[in-house]
Design a protein around this ligand. Structure first.
Ligand code: G3H
Length: 248
């Protein structure tokens, strides 16, 4: 049985003061313990999140990390520092990192390996553009991404990876993929995992959907056999909304 995972990707939102308010509210909720809840605040709020959530079941994740562990890399954050803080997950390959910051599959592959080497669990994002979806190339795009991003991983390595399918055209747009479309792609991703890492890995891997997930649509999305969770942006920035997502 795959434990459901609902992760809130705050993106570049919530100052330290605003994060304190949101985290205190999240801390006050009685969240469903059968679901793994994760908050992924900006780097500057990771220490605060670990401190305020320490007596809860809510895990903390980072939105990115460098693949190097130390050195002259101005502005970057080491996976060693994140592990030392008690961060559990690291979002990698988010479409915004790929689009705005030019992150290639080769770089993402290095990051995936480095997170695993340093005891962190990657949440590896993949997904197509609207043009790719409308031209019937969505599965081809996701296949290319995952084969490159997961290149060189052993079956044991992959055991610690979560995959997040996020159709780019559904991110932040309010246009959620239909639950059936999301299920179709997540089932396809599971078949890719089977080809790459075998039956057991395919059965065990948790696959999230991300792209305008809200309390109003999370139940249907989570009812699908191949969807094990959600990676949520906007709807995770308000405590009541986040609690409804986790308690779907
Ligand atoms: O990482 C989260 C995804 O980009 C989805 O964001 P969204 O829920 O605001 O559409």
């Amino acid at each position: 049985m795959r434990k459901p995972i609902i992760a809130g990707n705050w993106k570049m939102n919530k100052s330290y003061s605003e994060a304190k308010v949101l985290l205190e509210e999240i801390k006050s909720f009685d969240l469903n313990k059968e679901v793994e809840a994760v908050v992924c605040p900006p780097f500057i709020n990771l220490v605060l999140a670990k401190e305020l959530l320490k007596d809860t079941n809510v895990e903390v994740g980072a939105q990115n990390a460098h693949f190097e562990t130390s050195g002259a890399f101005t502005g970057e954050v080491s996976p060693v520092f994140l592990k030392d803080l008690g961060v559990k997950y690291v979002i990698l390959g988010h479409s915004e990192r790929r689009e705005y910051f030019g992150e290639s599959d080769e770089l993402i592959n290095k990051k995936v390996k480095s997170m695993l080497e340093n005891g962190l669990l990657p949440i590896l994002c993949c997904g197509e553009t609207l043009e790719e979806r409308e031209s019937g190339k969505a599965q081809d795009k996701v296949k290319v991404q995952l084969e490159a991003d997961l290149k060189g991983l052993s079956v044991e390595d992959f055991d610690n990876v979560v995959i997040a399918y996020e159709p780019i055209w559904a991110i932040g747009t309010g246009k959620t993929a239909s639950a059936d479309d999301a299920e179709e792609m997540c089932a396809y991703i599971r078949s890719l995992v089977k080809d790459l890492f075998g039956d057991a890995a395919a059965e065990k891997v948790r696959i999230q959907y991300g792209g305008s997930v809200k309390p109003s649509n999370v139940k249907e999305i989570m009812s699908k056999a191949n969807i094990d969770g959600a990676l949520v942006g906007g709807a995770s920035l308000e405590a009541e909304s986040f609690s409804k997502l986790v308690n779907f």
